[in-house]
Design a protein around this ligand. Structure first.
Ligand code: NAP
Length: 303
């Protein structure tokens, strides 16, 4: 395919950036890929893997002449990175990010950008519990959604170009307003992660169940919680610190439902439990039918 951008700069070289690099190579979406990371160790690994055409020691060098700059660092680090690269951005370039929360990134990054740079925040809804430059793979974004959150007055031509870029990387693309994005993600991702973290913490606390029993019998539901609860602590700390209101709202509703189920169990209200589980089973079927998971026994998680 003809390249969608001349030079694409990846700031941060972890799971998401390295997957983008592989997917760009697969599709030819970029003519040249540059990249940088905070630590010398990650930069050395990225060089060893030839993740990009140039791995630079500083972000300022990486963004020089770049047509698209992608911030792929934890949300709490976005502001400092934006401040650092802002004077070096090419006029007319697009700056985007992959952060899991959008309102906080817009507020942190937006004020630092010079006029003439297009700021189009984005969030690919794809990930694993792995991190670092070795964890990326080209198929990560295939058939997953990438949500663009263009601010009012964004240049529609550049928004369409960024959408084409994510489509070339395998994604389906949608647009949302930032606060709505943060609420949707609180339901679909952030609150479930917090619940998984809690469940794994509770199991660990239960002295009656020995470690070996937890491991041995984990296929009975618990295993999926442990996979989610192994997600990167820095990334998830930042998600909860920056998507506070939406997450607290969803957790409030969750607690009410949990109490209702608790009462149904205590009072032996089988009808309530059955109706509830019938409803949730239909939701699962809807997700499978929408092509967002498969019914194969390992839950489609080959990696
Ligand atoms: P990751 O694999 O842990 O990589 C993080 C990268 O950010 C590394 O290159 C790291 O540099 C760099 N970094 C960490 N702290 C930094 C700081 N304070 N200043 C500058 N750079 C810093 O993370 P990831 O999973 O790719 O996540 C990156 C972004 O994608 C996050 O904003 C996250 O919200 C978003 N996201 C993640 C997922 C997911 O499931 N993982 C899904 C969608 C979106 P060094 O290695 O050199 O220290």
């Amino acid at each position: 395919m003809t390249a969608i951008y001349g030079k694409v700069a990846l700031i941060g070289l972890g799971l998401i950036a390295s997957s983008m690099a592989h997917a760009m190579r697969r599709s030819g979406a970029a003519k040249v890929i540059s990249g940088t990371s905070r630590s010398a160790e990650t930069r050395a690994t990225a060089r060893e893997l030839t993740l990009a055409d140039e791995i630079t020691d500083t972000a300022a060098e990486a963004v020089r002449d770049a047509d698209l700059v992608v911030l792929c660092v934890p949300i709490g680090a976005m502001e400092a990175v934006a401040r650092d690269i802002a004077p070096h951005l090419k006029p007319g370039a697009t700056l985007t990010d992959v952060g899991s929360v959008k309102r906080a990134v817009i507020e942190a990054v937006g004020p630092h950008l010079p006029d003439g740079v297009h700021f189009i925040p984005a969030h690919p809804l794809a990930g694993t519990e792995q991190s670092g430059p070795r964890s990326g793979f080209a198929e990560l974004f295939d058939n997953r959604w990438c949500i663009l959150v263009p601010p009012d007055g964004a240049d529609r031509k550049e928004v369409a170009r960024l959408a084409r870029f994510w489509e070339a990387l395998g994604s389906n693309v949608d647009e949302m307003e930032a606060d709505h994005h943060d609420l949707v993600l609180a339901v679909t991702s952030h609150a479930p992660h917090l619940i998984a973290y809690t469940m794994v913490g509770v199991a660990d606390d239960l002295r009656r169940v020995t470690d070996s029993e937890v491991v041995k019998y984990s296929a009975a539901g618990f295993r999926d919680f442990t996979r989610i609860a192994a997600s990167d602590p820095t990334m998830w700390r930042d998600v909860f610190l920056t998507n506070k209101d939406a997450t607290l709202e969803i957790l409030g509703r969750f607690t009410e439902e949990l109490f209702a189920l608790q009462r149904a169990i205590r009072t032996g209200d089988g009808d309530h439990l059955h109706a509830y589980f019938t409803h949730t089973r239909a939701i699962r079927r809807g997700i499978v039918e929408a092509g967002q998971d498969t019914d194969i026994p390992n839950f489609g998680r080959g990696r």
